[in-house]
Write a protein that binds this ligand. Structure first.
Ligand SMILES: [Zn+2]
Length: 300
């Protein structure tokens, strides 16, 4: 991806040095939307309970007994964060991709006679307070509709590359574009409608609605790739394959197969690998919001 030298967003809050990591009130009631590495989270919880390295359960570690750090340790409050040049490059990358999403969605909303409201993006370490409850890096990057912020712990990108098998900067950009897709759904009133429908549904139906919402965020990520490339010529050879591979690796069936060896479609919340690939491609090939109706009857 050609991104260096492009505009960087000002809408980034850097809380990496705030010392808000770790501990906290736990899982109850977190209302954010994330990229969907849920099977890993379930394995993590089970793993900690039984004292087993969770990534061993997932079969994602080749060697035995290597401790895996899921997120950077929280620094002491008030102490400046030690930034490596590599980490600072990641920060510039995130700011640049966020700026690309701002430019694309501002244009798309304008075409439709509307006005796009930029989300903010929060960089954090470990855990952080959000309007949706306590957000944890273990769930991967997430969007909170309550405060219209995207939250990212940069260590997720190491997990994405190494343990989830999705290397490449365009895979990282896809993750940001997916979360911004949830912000677009909030602005369009789609997530509120889906949340209301989910509350009136049984578990299986609620999961199916969640899948439709997530697949639409993937389609919006593809739309972003199309439009950002048209505006700024950012895509290089291999980039789209890198995003499609990421979509494949974080499909619910692929994650469940890795975690337990079995697949239970009724429990999917983000969609299968094939569905996630389909909808990213649909957005990428058309660049049109109308082509991202994942809720219509018979949609794949
Ligand atoms: Zn999502």
């Amino acid at each position: 991806m050609k991104w260096e030298g492009q505009r960087e967003s000002d809408n980034v809050d850097d809380l990496r040095g705030s010392g808000d990591g770790g501990g906290g009130a736990g899982f109850g009631g977190f209302g954010g939307r994330h990229i969907g590495i849920g099977a890993i989270v379930i394995a993590l919880v089970g793993g900690w309970i039984f004292g087993i390295n969770p990534l061993t359960i997932l079969g994602l570690l080749s060697g035995g007994g290597v401790p895996v750090q899921h997120s950077a340790p929280a620094p002491h409050p008030g102490q400046p964060v030690q930034q490596s040049a590599a980490e600072e490059q990641k920060v510039r990358f995130v700011k640049t991709v966020l700026a690309d999403t701002e430019d694309v969605w501002t244009a798309v909303f304008k075409e439709r006679g509307g006005t796009y409201r930029d989300p903010r993006l929060v960089l954090f370490r470990g855990a952080t307070s959000t309007a949706c409850g306590r957000g944890d890096a273990a769930t991967g990057p997430f969007y909170c509709p309550g405060d219209e912020k995207v939250y990212i712990d940069l260590s997720f990108y190491d997990l994405l590359r190494t343990k989830l098998g999705a290397p490449g900067d365009f895979a990282q950009a896809y993750v940001i574009a997916h979360e911004v897709g949830h912000h677009v759904q909030k602005l369009l009133g789609i997530s509120d409608k889906v949340d209301a429908a989910r509350r009136d549904s049984d578990k299986v139906r609620a999961n199916a609605l969640s899948v439709r919402l997530e697949l639409q965020a993937d389609c919006f990520a593809g739309l972003w790739a199309n439009r950002a490339n048209a505006m700024k010529n950012i895509i290089e050879a291999g980039d789209i394959d890198s995003a499609l591979n990421a979509a494949t690796q974080i499909g619910d069936d692929t994650l469940q197969r890795k975690a337990s060896g079995t697949v239970q479609p009724d429990t999917f919340t983000h969609g299968s690998s094939a569905q996630r690939v389909h909808w990213f491609k649909q957005g990428y090939e058309t660049g049109q919001i109308e082509q991202c109706d994942t809720f219509k009857a018979g949609a794949p």
